[in-house]
Design a protein around this ligand. Structure first.
Ligand code: SF4
Length: 376
């Protein structure tokens, strides 16, 4: 293990402002007792500092944390949040956002506090208001309704989702029908399927492929949700190809770079740890896929929306804990979860070597920062 950072006694407490769940400290204390035979030897007991928490008594229980790289925010999420924040700055509250801008409770609550109002139905938006479409994208029907109602619209759809929409529209003009691999009811799937009035057949798994009834099989194309399990999607795509050998597959997979990179990191990480914690909200597709992937690879995994959701019993017997975050989970939550794991007994933190993501998407016109005047 390289570049290890020891976590000292003073680091072991919860972060400022983080709430400690009731009952966690006694449970953590029990856990620390159970973890007393870690790779740094017996748990050492030090005098309890006056007023200190019981968990601070034990400082070396041998649990190490491996931080996934990359993890957390992707370029599409960064851009979507920035669009809402810039719109709030420029036009003032309230700013209406159709659907959660990204699937993360913390992000949504933070933007609500700043003046964003999240709605599902455009009828809830008053005339003349500013409306933002979420990163997941919207159907043509929603785009047309927003235009008809005369809202000032900013589109925070991730450009990688828009790319799929553009491809669907282009191939539709050439007479193609589509098989979409995705999760029924997910807003991205609704948005992509809603680019056409019909002719897109959704499959969620290999079994669904046998049930697809296209009107013709000469011009069939596959599209996928961007945040799927790379391996599951490949299996389903292979089943589609086996049933429809002439099917047109995307030149480049629709699954986005961020989903791919985070899954690749979990594949590497899960082989090195006893437990994987994923920071992400229950509605986040790509976060769910990370926890699911770890379990498939034989390493237990739990997803948490925040540090309070960590259960001390998950760590029983675990000497090495992996920590990652879905593409919509902010780093502040990762830090809070890390602090909580430290409070539960972790003594070292190591960052994985991983891909450095440099992708950046431009903001829509009207929300771009002004260029400085020449000579200033
Ligand atoms: S997860 Fe992928 S598709 Fe979704 S916002 Fe991020 S980059 Fe875009």
């Amino acid at each position: 293990m390289s570049s290890t950072t020891d976590v000292g006694l003073s680091d072991a407490g919860p972060p400022q402002g983080a709430r400690a769940p009731s009952g966690l400290e006694p449970a953590a204390h029990k856990l620390l007792g159970q973890l007393g035979t870690g790779d740094r030897g017996e748990a050492s007991r030090e005098p309890r500092p006056a007023g200190g928490s019981a968990v601070h008594e034990v400082t070396s229980v041998g649990v190490s944390v491996l931080l996934a790289e990359p993890r957390g925010f992707c370029a599409g999420v960064d851009r979507a949040i920035e669009i809402v924040e810039r719109a709030l700055d420029k036009f003032g509250a309230p700013i209406y956002v159709r659907h959660e801008i990204v699937h993360n409770t913390y992000v949504v609550n933070d933007l609500k506090a700043k003046g964003a109002i999240f709605i599902e139905d455009l009828e809830e938006v008053p005339p003349g208001a500013t409306l933002i479409f979420s990163a997941h994208g919207v159907s043509r029907a929603v785009q047309l309704e927003a235009a008809a109602r005369g809202f000032q619209v900013f589109d925070a759809t991730c450009p990688l989702v828009t790319k799929v929409h553009v491809e669907v529209a282009k191939l539709h003009k050439e007479g193609f029908e589509f098989i979409m691999i995705g999760h029924k009811g997910h807003p991205e799937v609704e948005g992509t399927m809603g680019q056409l009035e019909g002719g897109i057949h959704l499959v969620e798994d290999v079994a669904d492929v046998a049930r697809v009834r296209p009107a013709q099989t000469e011009k069939l194309a596959v599209v996928t949700q961007t945040t799927l399990s790379v391996d599951d999607a490949a299996q389903i795509a292979a089943a589609i190809k086996a049933r429809f050998p002439n099917v047109r597959e995307p030149k480049q997979q629709d699954i986005c770079y961020a989903t791919q990179n985070r899954q690749d990191a979990v594949k590497l990480m899960s082989a090195q740890v006893d437990l994987v914690i994923v920071v992400g909200s229950p509605t986040s597709s790509n976060s769910n896929r990370l926890a699911e992937l770890s379990r498939k690879l034989g390493t237990p995994s739990h997803m948490v929306d925040n540090a309070d959701e960590l259960q001390p019993q998950w760590f029983e017997g675990a000497q090495r804990v992996g920590l990652t975050a879905g593409a919509s989970a902010p780093e502040i939550l990762v830090n809070q979860v890390l602090e909580r794991i430290k409070a539960l007994g972790a003594v070292s933190v190591r960052k994985m070597d991983g891909i450095e993501e440099t992708v950046k998407f431009p903001l829509p016109k009207g929300l771009k920062p002004r260029l400085p005047s020449p000579g200033r």
